[in-house]
Design a protein around this ligand. Structure first.
Ligand SMILES: *Cc1c(COP(=O)(O)O)cnc(C)c1O
Length: 424
């Protein structure tokens, strides 16, 4: 597959944009090579500037559960766009989208819209600190919650350490307020709660992890998380990726969670920039203008983003069978990948929940970030390019989830498995 135009564009882009990209993983650092410049999408497929077609498992990193350019979503965006794009004033579509979110997440009494997942988690943490008056937050290794300072923190060695920044520019004094634990380690969590429970404002977690590759929580871990509430700690389910994907009510519905706050994004905006955080009235009433916790945004609740999100949620709500289909196609893809890799004697662990899936190249099980990091990234690099050269666009890092849309069907699974068999 030739990509001369993408190569030229990438060279040009690097003269003007750091690394040639607006978000780091797009630069293909983990797998090498030139990222295709994608210029068109339809359903499960995308086309690059050179006219090559790819089956898309990235789906803009999760938002496009209905596939690219769903005609009804396009129509609704166009309809609203013709009336003006932004007013910086309340808009009826915000109310409609908030009501749709509450149908999916009945426990959210109030919802505030922002423009990115980063803003949603950052704001939810500020709110948790403002509400509890406590300084510390807890996060888990390999969980990603956007790029706000206090969240770009990883554990050092050991089960529990004070946070060490994982990015330059994050002051140590600030990272210190983030306590980091291993995911799926209920004992470490219970020990921390016993020791410092009264100082902790919130625990933020991915209910099914997508950002270390897919990691699936154990029952015991979820139980330990919920025990935190006995200490007056707010439990923040970061459902930016899983919201409306694992079920209409996300992981909260699928796993029966009882979070105090939920953050949403990705599918919520239907492919346009929208995100949100919400929770109990009593907590959310601390947000300005009702309360003392400040948070604002020039383009928050943008009518185009509200229209795309509302159209997407309404389509999902009207078609509950879509989730059964995503599960079914996901299971077929998982079984097919495992069969081929087993036949070739390649060590692997496929983690999947519904339409989110990761192939780790290591003997399983993979339950923690430490276990995920045992994957053979060189083998992944070859897996990735083997697929890409045959028109299958898999996420360009092993520590990411591949996504299905409702337009990924039997034909797409067959095409993927054929490509993999040939690549191997
Ligand atoms: C993508 C993601 C974010 C960040 O969202 P952005 O819109 O990229 O800022 C936060 N949390 C989770 C779980 C995500 O998957």
């Amino acid at each position: 597959m030739e990509r001369p135009l993408s190569e030229g564009l990438f060279a040009e882009a690097q003269k003007h944009i750091p690394g040639g990209v607006s978000s780091p993983v797009r630069a293909f650092k983990a797998v090498g090579g030139t990222p295709p410049f994608l210029v068109r999408g339809e359903g499960a497929y995308v086309w690059d500037a050179d006219g090559n077609r790819y089956l898309d498992y990235v789906l803009s990193w999760g938002p496009l559960i209905l596939g690219h350019a769903h005609p009804e979503v396009v129509r609704r965006i166009q309809e609203v766009a013709a009336q003006g794009f932004t007013f910086g004033a309340p808009h009826p579509l915000e109310v409609e989208l908030a009501k749709a979110v509450k149908r999916a997440y009945p426990a959210l009494e109030l919802v505030r819209f922002v423009s990115s997942g980063t803003e949603a988690t950052m704001s939810a943490l500020r709110l948790a600190r403002g509400y509890t008056g406590r300084p510390y937050i807890v996060k888990f290794r390999g969980n990603y919650h956007g790029h706000a300072d206090g969240l770009l923190v990883e554990a050092g060695s050991g089960a529990l350490t004070l946070g060490v920044p994982s990015s330059a520019g994050v002051p140590r004094e600030y990272a210190r307020l983030t306590l980091v634990l291993e995911y799926n380690d209920p004992e470490a969590l219970r020990a921390l709660l016993k020791e410092r429970g009264e100082e902790i404002a919130a625990i933020i977690f991915e209910p099914v992890v997508g950002n270390a590759g897919v990691l699936i929580p154990t029952e015991e871990f979820l139980e330990a998380l919920h025990q935190a509430r006995e200490y007056g700690i707010l439990l923040i389910a970061d459902e930016v990726m899983t919201g409306f994907r694992l079920a209409f009510g996300g992981a909260t519905e699928r796993l029966g969670l009882k979070p105090d706050l939920v953050t949403l994004g990705k599918i919520l905006g239907g492919g346009l920039p929208a995100a949100a955080y919400g929770g109990r009235r009593e907590v959310m009433e601390k947000v300005a203008p009702l309360g003392p916790v400040y948070q604002a945004g020039t383009l928050s609740g943008n009518p185009l983003a509200m229209a795309a999100g509302l159209a997407t949620l309404e389509i999902l709500e009207k078609n509950p069978d879509y989730y059964a289909r995503l599960e079914e196609v996901g299971a077929k893809l998982e079984a097919g990948l495992k069969a081929i890799l087993s036949r070739k004697g390649i060590p692997h662990a496929v983690n999947r929940v519904g339409s989110m899936l990761t192939v780790f190249f290591t003997e399983g099980p993979v339950r923690t970030f430490a276990e995920a990091k045992r994957t053979d990234t060189e083998l992944f690099r070859r897996f990735f390019h083997g697929l890409l050269d045959q028109g299958v666009y898999w996420p360009p890092s092993n520590f990411e989830a591949a996504f299905l849309s409702i337009l990924h069907g039997e034909e797409e699974v067959a095409m993927t498995l054929e490509a993999l068999a040939k690549a191997l």
